[in-house]
Design a protein around this ligand. Structure first.
Ligand code: BG6
Length: 480
C-alpha cells in the first residue's frame, strides 16, 4: 500500500519582513517551477492577531494550503495549538514531514528551539523534522556556542539548516566549479602565480529602517563574520576529495583555521558614513537614522587585509571590504595575477580574473595582446562572460535554492556549527579590540568608496579595483 506523506512548513515570524520579502516569494517560485514536494502545507505562526490575509502574496493554490496560527513561540503553552494542528494530518497521512523556519528576531531563537524540543517536535518518529535558522548565529563566540549547544541538543547536524543566503546565490556556487574544472585557472591557483585577491561587497543603500538591529551589529557582524568569510573560503580552499556537503564544508573550515591573527593597527579599517550632498543627491548621515544612538561608534564600513598561512597562500594578501552607502551595489572577487616580465614586455599589465557575483553576474579575464600595427606595444583587454547572455531569468533567487535544498535535505549550502564558531574565533578578537577603543573609526562621505585610509592597506603597492555596476569597467560603459 502506498505510504501517504504530507510536507508541512511551519514559519515562526510569518507576519514579519523576511517572510514577506523572501520566504513567500521563494515558495511561489518553487511552486511555479513545479518543484514543491507533493501534499505541501504551510502553517504560519505569529504573535499578532491578523486582520488581513498574510498569505495573499502566495499563488492561489498555495493559499488554500496555508493556515495562520496565533501563537507566541517563546511560550511553552502556546505550542499546544501547533501540535493539535500537526496531529490533524494523522487522519489522512502516514508520515508527516515538518520543517520549522525561524524567521523571527534572533532573540527568539533560543526559546523556540527549547520549546520545540520540550514538546518533542524534534522527534523523527513519523517523517523528518528539520529546522532553518537565519543569521546572525550569535553575536560573538560565546553566544554562538550557546546557540549551537541548544540546537545540537535537540537536532542532529543533518536536521539543522543555518542560512547564509550568499551560499544560495548561483554565482557563489559557481566559484568552486569554475576554479576546479578549468585547468587554466586551477593550475595557477596559488602563491606562485597570484599576487593578491580582493573581495568587495559594496552596497549603495543605507540601513533602511533597520537602525535598531544594525547599530548593535555593524558591518563586521553583519557581513564579514558570515558572507565574506564564506566567500574567502570558497576562493582559498583546497580541492575537496568528494563533491559532498561534508568534504566541502571540511575544506572551508581548514581555510579559517589557517587565517593569521590580524594586525589590528595596520590591517583593519573601520568607517561610518557621514552626510553628503552632491548636485542631485543628498544623503543623511548614519547617525541620523532612527534607532541609531546619537554617539554611535558602529562601523558601516569594514576593510581588512588577511593572510592564509598554508602552502598554497603563504604571504599572499586577501583584501576584503564591505560598506553601506558606497557609490554602487557590487559584489565581486578579483584575483590579481603576478606580472609576467619577459623579453616581449618588461612592463606588461597583469592578468586579472573577476568573479562578478552581483549585479551583471559573470566572469571576466583581463589579458595582454599586441597592439595591432605596433611592434612592441602591449594592450590589456577583457574577455568576458555575462550570465544574462544565457537567457532571461537565468539566475534563481538564493532563497529559492536554499529552501528547495531543505526539502531535499541537502546541507551543502548551509553553514555548519563548527564553521560558525571558527568564524567567530576570527572576529571576536577584533570586536574585543574595538570595545577597548583600540581600532579607530573613520568618517566617510555617503556615496564615496569609504575612508581614504582604506587604500593604506595596500602599502602603496597596488590599489583597490573601483567597480561599477557593469562587470566591464574599462571607462566606456561604467555605470554607477
Ligand atoms: C544581509 C545583511 O545579510 O545581507 C544586510 O544583513 C545586507 O545588511 C545584505 O544588506 C546583503 O545581501 P545582498 O544579497 O543584497 O548582497
Amino acid at each position: 500500500m502506498e505510504n501517504k506523506i504530507v510536507n508541512v512548513l511551519v514559519i515562526f515570524g510569518a507576519t514579519g519582513d523576511l517572510a514577506n520579502r523572501k520566504i513567500f516569494p521563494a515558495i511561489n517560485e518553487i511552486y511555479n517551477s513545479k518543484k514543491l514536494p507533493e501534499n505541501f502545507q504551510i502553517i504560519g505562526c505569529g504573535r499578532k492577531e491578523i486582520k488581513s490575509n498574510i498569505f495573499k502574496e502566495l499563488s492561489s493554490d498555495l493559499l488554500e494550503k496555508s493556515k495562520y496560527l496565533k501563537l507566541d513561540p517563546t511560550l511553552d503553552n502556546d505550542y499546544k495549538v501547533l501540535i493539535k494542528n500537526l496531529n490533524k494530518f494523522q487522519n489522512e497521512y502516514d508520515n508527516i514531514n515538518v520543517i520549522f523556519y525561524l524567521s523571527t528576531p534572533p532573540s527568539a531563537y533560543k526559546p523556540i528551539i527549547k520549546n520545540l524540543v520540550k514538546n518533542s517536535l524534534n522527534k523523527e518518529s513519523s517523517g523528518y523534522r528539520r529546522i532553518i535558522i537565519e543569521k546572525p548565529f550569535g553575536r560573538n563566540l560565546e553566544s554562538a556556542k550557546e546557540l549551537n549547544t541548544i540546537l545540537t541538543n535537540g537536532f542532529n547536524e543533518s536536521q539543522i539548516f543555518r542560512i547564509d543566503h550568499y551560499l544560495g546565490k548561483e554565482t557563489v556556487q559557481n566559484i568552486l566549479v569554475s576554479r576546479f574544472t578549468n585547468l587554466i585557472f586551477s593550475a595557477l591557483w596559488n602563491k606562485e602565480f597570484i599576487s593578491y585577491v580582493e573581495i568587495t561587497a559594496a552596497e549603495s543603500i543605507g540601513i533602511k529602517g533597520r537602525g535598531d538591529y544594525y547599530d548593535n551589529s555593524g558591518a563586521i557582524r553583519d557581513m564579514f563574520q558570515n558572507h565574506l568569510l564564506e566567500l574567502l573560503c570558497l576562493v582559498a580552499m583546497e580541492e575537496p576529495n568528494k563533491n559532498s556537503p561534508e568534504s566541502i564544508r571540511n575544506e572551508k573550515i581548514n581555510v579559517l583555521k589557517k587565517i593569521r591573527k590580524l594586525n589590528f593597527q595596520d590591517d583593519i579599517v573601520r568607517g561610518q558614513y557621514t552626510s553628503s550632498k552632491t548636485e542631485n543627491k543628498k544623503f543623511k548621515s548614519y547617525k541620523e537614522n532612527e534607532g541609531v544612538k546619537e554617539n554611535s561608534k558602529t562601523e558601516t564600513f569594514f576593510a581588512c587585509k588577511l593572510f592564509v598561512d598554508n602552502d598554497r597562500w603563504r604571504n599572499i594578501p586577501f583584501f576584503i571590504r564591505t560598506g553601506k552607502r558606497l557609490p554602487t551595489k557590487v559584489t565581486e572577487i578579483v584575483v590579481n595575477f603576478k606580472k609576467n616580465i619577459n623579453v616581449f614586455s618588461p612592463n606588461n599589465e597583469t592578468n586579472m580574473l573577476i568573479f562578478r557575483l552581483q549585479p551583471d553576474e559573470g566572469l571576466l579575464v583581463k589579458f595582454n595582446l599586441k597592439s595591432p600595427g605596433e611592434k612592441s606595444k602591449i594592450i590589456n583587454k577583457n574577455m568576458e562572460f555575462h550570465y544574462k547572455n544565457l537567457g532571461d531569468d537565468i539566475i534563481d533567487d538564493a532563497y529559492e535554492t536554499l529552501i528547495l535544498d531543505v526539502f531535499k535535505g541537502d546541507t551543502m549550502l548551509f553553514s555548519r556549527s563548527d564553521f560558525v564558531e571558527k568564524a567567530w574565533e576570527i572576529v571576536d578578537p577584533i570586536l574585543n579590540e574595538i570595545s577597548k577603543n583600540n581600532i579607530k573609526l573613520y568618517g566617510y562621505k555617503a556615496g564615496s568608496w569609504g575612508p581614504k585610509k582604506c587604500d593604506d592597506l595596500f602599502r602603496n603597492q597596488n590599489t583597490w579595483r573601483y567597480p561599477c555596476k557593469n562587470l566591464v569597467n574599462d571607462g566606456e560603459i561604467c555605470e554607477l
